[in-house]
Design a protein around this ligand. Sequence first.
Ligand SMILES: Nc1ncnc2c1ncn2[C@@H]1O[C@H](COP(=O)(O)OP(=O)(O)OP(=O)(O)O)[C@@H](O)[C@H]1O
Length: 335
Amino acid sequence: MEVLKTEKLKSYYIFEMQEEKKEVKAVNDVSISIREDEIYGIAGESGCGKSTFLKTICGLAEPPLRIVDGKIYYEVEGKEIDITKMSQEEYRKLRWQFISYIPQGSMSALNPIIRIKESFKDFVTSHKKIKDEEKEFEEPLKKHLTALGLPLRVLKSYPHQLSGGMRQRTTIALATILNPRIIVADEPTTALDVVAQRAVIQLLKDIQKIQKNTIILVTHDMAVHANITDRMGIMYAGMFVEEGETDEIFENPLHPYTKFLIGSLPKMGDKSYKVSAPGSPPSLASLPQGCPFHPRCPYAMEICKKERPQLVEISDGHKSACFLNSKERVEDARK
Ligand SMILES: Nc1ncnc2c1ncn2[C@@H]1O[C@H](COP(=O)(O)OP(=O)(O)OP(=O)(O)O)[C@@H](O)[C@H]1O
C-alpha cells in the first residue's frame, strides 16, 4: 500500500537577483509513490534537488522555496489527503505522528546546553500531553533506547560528551520516539567515519524492523543504497530519471546517468579505470532544452536535444526517463 505519493510536483526557489526574477527548478515534475514498510532511497549528485524534494514532501517549503504545481498525498486512516491543500494548523497536528524529518547535519541539532534526556522531554511534551511522567515518558524512552541498542547513559550526557556517531544515533532515536509512519533522513551518514556510518545504517534498519514504518533515505553514497534500501529513485536536475527495486537497478541500470553512478563504485579486485559522467550538472536556473542529461550523455540523439523524456515503466516496476530505454529496445537488448 502507498503511504505517500506526489503527482507532477514542482517546487522552485523563486527570488529576484539584480532586478531579474530567477527560478531555480529544484523539483521539476516529480510523480512517485512510496510504499508502506519499505526503505526507499534517493540518490544523485550534489545540487540535483534531493534535499529540496525532502523538505517539500515534509511540508517544510518556505520562501524562497515554493510549491508551484502538483500534489502531495499522505495516506491517513485509509484516505488520501493532499497536504498542499491543508491549513498550517491542520498540518501541524498531523505532521509529527505521520512524518519525521532528520535534516542534513542533524547531529548538531541537539540543544548543546541541556542534557539529552531533557531534549527528549521537550520533544515528546511538545507533541503529546503527559500526565504520568514515569509511565508515559521515562519507561517508553528507556524501552526505545534499549530496543535500538543505545546505552541509557546517553540520557545523562550533554551532546558534546558524545562522539559524532553516537550523537547521530541519538538524534535518530529522538526523531523516531513517537513512532512516525515515515522517517525521512537526509545524508545521515555524511561526516561520520566508516564504523559510525555502519552503526547508523544498522540503527535505521533496526528501527524499520521494529516500528514497521517507511524510511526515505537520501544519500549520494551508492554503497549505502545497495546495503540498505529496498527500492530507489535516481534524481538528476530536479527530476527522477530512474526508479525501481534496488537490486534490479544495480544489476540492470537503464539510464546512462545511473550507469555512470554505479560504474564509478569501486569493486573488490577490479583495478580498471573508473569513468564518471563527463562535465557537470546543469544550472537548475537555466536548464537545457530537452533531456537535462543530454549535454553529458554519450548516447544523446537528436530527439534528446528537443524533448524531455518522461519517467515510464520499462519492466516490472522498473522505470526510466530516457529515449534509449523504450520497451522494445530494452527487450531487444536482453535477447
Ligand atoms: N535557499 C535557496 N535559494 C536558492 N536556491 C537554492 C536554495 N537552496 C538550494 N538551492 C538550489 O537548489 C538546488 C537543489 O539543491 P538541494 O540542496 O535540494 O540539492 P541536493 O541534491 O540535496 O544537494 P546536496 O547533496 O549538496 O545537499 C541547487 O541548485 C541549490 O543551489
